[in-house]
Design a protein around this ligand. Sequence first.
Ligand SMILES: [Zn+2]
Length: 399
Amino acid sequence: MSGSPASQAGMRRQNLALVLRTIATHGPLSRAAVATRTGLTRAAVSSLVDDLRGRALLAELGPEPATGRVGRPGSALALSAEGPAGLGLDIGVEHVAACVADLRGEIRVTVREEAANRDSPPERTLPQLVAVARRAVEEAAGLGLRPVGAVVAVPGSVADGVVVRAPNLGWQGVPLQVLLREQLNDQLGDLPVSVENEANLGALAELWCGDGPQDFVHVSAEAGIGAALVVGGRLFRGARGFAGELGHVPVHPDGPACACGARGCLEQYAGERAVLRAAGTWGRESGDRIGELARLAEAGEEAALAALERAGTAMGIALAGAVNLIDPAAVVLGGAYAELAEWLLPGLRRELAARVQVRPWEAGAVVVAALGRRGPRVGAALVTVRRVLEDPVGVAAGV
Ligand SMILES: [Zn+2]
């Protein structure tokens, strides 16, 4: 066994992460309880806790009040509501948004602005995004929070920080990580930036925020339709990182031509544009097209109801393939389509029940995401929080 300073520093870094994770999972905990759960000595725990408190990662909750309640005497430790935080950014077709999550995973600040991003070049969209990010960081500073990383959710495919294709933004090959880092750092100082597909982040948010299953398909739509596969509690990205293109799974092989070059893709029946066209509302200059569609369906407007029935049926046909292939515990309907669940789910459930070979397939296995449209940016903020919890020294030091 080596006792070199380097290996000691490595061991201490691991133990800091172990103590932080233990408190994150089981806290609030006293120092003695942390020692019991980790197998570290009480002296070691005290020293590690001092270090973590010095980095504003842990808070001391103070002695329990003498209320007659049976409880462990002494001071309990919990994740800090101040200090290092995660900045989540979100570029939608009709908005830009930023939010800040504290280490406990609570979203403490949200700034959202309407923005006409359809076919908008990055030079126009990014300054708006940076402006909401800056406002969110300023508000967070007032709460004692300091983002140590930014993750941006985009409605498109992403590889190595580059937006390969975001059809509804009209972006192709946009080096978003580099562009955003330059602009953010001008305003906010040195902050690591990463870029991720919005459907993936929406799925991770559902995974991290709820008590739901560890294996599920998360379907979301803002402009296109995206799915994210969570397998064994981890995102399944595929060999090249493009897994989850549910929008281009064929529903009718000889159906209408799709922008991707194929025919009859799910997006031609259940994508936002297709649904709004079928409902007769496409082209209306409404800021919130999905909200408007929900209002029409609520009012019993026939074209809207028929469009949603057709979309739900097509989603069920496409999803049956995915469910038969990977046998998930649940299908989660997220993003803006969570608001249309009432009208999408009957057709979707009916097709799954008819086509899925896993028996019995329960209608209850299709659920509506708790976070809805907020999912992608919440997931984006939580990515950094999770990184801090996994390696508090490395992330804080920018390693
Ligand atoms: Zn297609």
